[in-house]
Design a protein around this ligand. Structure first.
Ligand SMILES: Cc1cc2nc3c(=O)[nH]c(=O)nc-3n(C[C@H](O)[C@H](O)[C@H](O)COP(=O)(O)OP(=O)(O)OC[C@H]3O[C@@H](n4cnc5c(N)ncnc54)[C@H](O)[C@@H]3O)c2cc1C
Length: 319
C-alpha cells in the first residue's frame, strides 16, 4: 500500500481533479500510462471502502492525478476532504497499456469519463516525443461535459501525429475549436477507420460497460482480432474483481449459492418423505376407525389429503 496525501483538489463541471502527492519519496507508485489505482481514506474516524480510478498523469513524478466524476457517496465524500488528507493507494492495476513494440497505430475510443486512462497515454506518448500515430474518438453528451477537451484540442495543434474526433450525442453547448460529429460513435465510423488503413491498429476502448461492449462488437464484426482490442470498463464488477480480499459481492454470491443448495436439499427431503411411506412394506395393523392424514402420492403435489382408502399405518421397523 502507498501513502499519499491530497495536494490539490478542484471541482469543475462535476469532475473532481485530484492531485495526490507521495508522503514518502521512497514509497512512490510506479505505473504504466493507462493503469488505475484504488483509493481509500479515513473520514470521521471511519475508513472508506476502496474505489478505483485511472491515473491521468505521466509516470515518474512524485504526484499522481485523477479525474473523478462526482456521483455517489464515495466521490462526494472525496470532494469534502481538505488538503493534506491522507489517501491509501493500492495498485497499480490494469492492462490498458500501450505496447510500443506491437502497437503501430493507436486508436483510442473513449466514452464520457472513460477519457481518463487515455489522458495518461496521450500525455505520456506525446511529451516523450514518440511518433506513434494516435487517433482519439471521444464521445460525450455535451461539448461542455468533455473533460480535458481544451487540452486535447491544443495537443492536436502541437503534435501532427495526434488526431481528435469529438462525438457529441446531445448538443454542442460550448463551441469547440475543432470539427465535431453530432451523434454517437456508430459502426460506420469504426468501419471507415478500420478500412482506411491499418491492419496494425490497436484499439483501446474505455467507458461504461454498454459503450465498451458496443464498440468491441463493432470491431469484432469487422474482423479485428481479439488481441488488438484492449478494453477497460468502469463497471462495478470490474472494480470488485480487482481488489484483493473477499468482497461483499463474492459473499453475496456464496450466500445465494448456499440458499440454492438448501432449496435443492429440501426438495430432495420432500421427495424422500413421499417415497418412504409408499415403498416401505405395509404393516398389517387395523386401521383406526376415523379418517387420517396421508400424503397424496398420485398427484405429486405434496398436499395432504384426507382419505381412508390410501391409509398406511405408521411404519414399524422392528422385525
Ligand atoms: C478500473 C476502473 C477505473 C475507473 N476509473 C475511473 C476514473 O478515472 N474516473 C471516474 O470518475 N470513475 C472511474 N471509475 C468508476 C468509479 O470507480 C466509480 O464510478 C465510483 O467509485 C463510484 O463512486 P460513487 O461515489 O459514484 O458511488 P459509491 O458511493 O462508490 O457507490 C454508490 C452506488 O454506486 C454503485 N457503484 C459503485 N461503483 C460503481 C461502478 N463503478 N459502476 C456502477 N455502479 C457503481 C455502488 O454499488 C452503490 O450502489 C473506474 C472504475 C473502474 C472499475
Amino acid at each position: 500500500m502507498y501513502k499519499y496525501y491530497i495536494e490539490t483538489s478542484k471541482t469543475e463541471s462535476g469532475i473532481l481533479h485530484l492531485i495526490l502527492k507521495a508522503k514518502h519519496q521512497d514509497n512512490m507508485i510506479s505505473f504504466a500510462p493507462g493503469q488505475y489505482v484504488c483509493i481509500s481514506f479515513v473520514k470521521n474516524g471511519r475508513k472508506s471502502p476502496y474505489r478505483c480510478f485511472s491515473i491521468t498523469s505521466i509516470p515518474g513524478q512524485n504526484t499522481i492525478e485523477l479525474g473523478i466524476r462526482i456521483g455517489g457517496v464515495f466521490t462526494d465524500s472525496l470532494t469534502q476532504l481538505p488538503r493534506g488528507t491522507e489517501i491509501d493507494i493500492l495498485g497499480p492495476y490494469g492492462d490498458y497499456v500501450v505496447d510500443k513494440k506491437l502497437d503501430e497505430y493507436i486508436v483510442l475510443i473513449a466514452g464520457g469519463i472513460g477519457i481518463t486512462p487515455n489522458m495518461s497515454i496521450i500525455r505520456s506518448l506525446l511529451s516523450s516525443g514518440n511518433k506513434l500515430p494516435i487517433l482519439l474518438l471521444y464521445s460525450a453528451k455535451y461539448s461542455s461535459s468533455m473533460t480535458y477537451i481544451d487540452e486535447l484540442i491544443a495537443l492536436t495543434k502541437k503534435y501532427s501525429n495526434f488526431t481528435l474526433i469529438p462525438f457529441i450525442t446531445s448538443e454542442e453547448d460550448k463551441k469547440l475549436d475543432i470539427k465535431v460529429v453530432n451523434g454517437m460513435i456508430e459502426k460506420s465510423h469504426i468501419e471507415r477507420i478500420v478500412n482506411k488503413d491499418y491492419l496494425t491498429n490497436t484499439y483501446f476502448i474505455c467507458g461504461p460497460k454498454l459503450f465498451t461492449t458496443n464498440m468491441t462488437t463493432y470491431l469484432e464484426s469487422l474482423g479485428i482480432s481479439e488481441e488488438r482490442i484492449i478494453t477497460e470498463s468502469f463497471s462495478e464488477s470490474s472494480q470488485i474483481r480487482n481488489i484483493s480480499g473477499r468482497s461483499i459481492s463474492k459473499l453475496t454470491y456464496m450466500a445465494s449459492g448456499a440458499l440454492v443448495l438448501a432449496g435443492i436439499v429440501s426438495i430432495g427431503m420432500l421427495d424422500l418423505v413421499r417415497y418412504v411411506p409408499k415403498h416401505l412394506p405395509k404393516v398389517t395393523s387395523p386401521a383406526p376407525a376415523s379418517a387420517s392424514n396421508s400424503i397424496d402420492n398420485q398427484s405429486n403435489t405434496g398436499t395432504v389429503s384426507n382419505t381412508n382408502n390410501n391409509y398406511q399405518a405408521p411404519v414399524s421397523r422392528s422385525s
